[in-house]
Design a binder for this molecule. Sequence first.
Ligand code: NAP
Length: 278
Amino acid sequence: MSVEARRYAVFGHPIAHSLSPEIHSAFAKQLGIALDYRVIDAAPVVFEAEVRRFFAEGGHGANVTMPHKLVALAMADEVTEAAKRAGAANTLTHLGNGRIEAHNTDGSGFVRDITERHGFDLRGHDALLLGAGGAAKAVAWALMDAGVKTLTIVNRTPERADELADAIGEPARCHTRYWDGLDGECFDLVVNATSIGFDGGKFDLPMSIVQDHSTAYDICYGTAAAGFKGWAVAAGVRPDWFRDGLGMLIEQAADGFERWHGQRPDTDPVYRELRQRF
Ligand code: NAP
């Protein structure tokens, strides 16, 4: 007797480029789980209604990507600590009777990738975070939890960086700077969590903020990470100490997958496969 596949989906707009169906299908195949994972392109005006319809028609879980992560949080009945801290949700679970739980796996996925895959022990290091959007918030909290010595946050709109640092509430370890006020500082780790690379924008940062022992990590991947990599290598980061967000993407997916299916997939084969393309 065949097992009926449980239904999942990723919602975004646009969404055609999403790797989530491929990643979740690979995890499911590895663990022998029957999976029906769809791509749903929902414009902002219909997003909430589409999610509710999907769950009403038997959907179990949904991944959410731009531009819906804030509404995904707002529409939920239950919100995990990780989603609260990020102020955004990338994983929705149907709890039954139309009730929805919002969760965020970006922070845990980032830390798992940088520590376990790339062997960077975050403890005791000085980190600089570029950005204060949803992904940056998740990464900021995760960096703090992972034990960085200091976390400096800069953002184009400085008030958003200040709000994030205030929410973290550890001024001795976590503080903000103006984007153009970084001269004279040097960091072990610089994380780009902005979407500058998508617009082909330039990284206007002093080269002195990194040395050849520094690691640079762009949470974007593919061509969107090229601009930050170019800046980092020109500033003195060793090319093989630059990391992109492909591994984070796979780890955050694995965290959501484990939440839904109760089993943790082996992410390495999926990473190796996708690395050949990005
Ligand atoms: P978001 O909430 O819209 O935040 C965007 C951030 O980028 C804000 O800090 C914004 O600054 C900054 N920014 C945008 N354009 C800029 C520019 N031209 N100059 C300077 N700063 C600029 O987006 P998000 O959800 O945090 O996502 C950010 C990026 O991370 C996206 O590219 C996304 O694809 C990527 N991401 C990757 C993963 C992964 O698994 N690898 C997961 C999540 C997100 P302001 O506050 O001043 O607007």
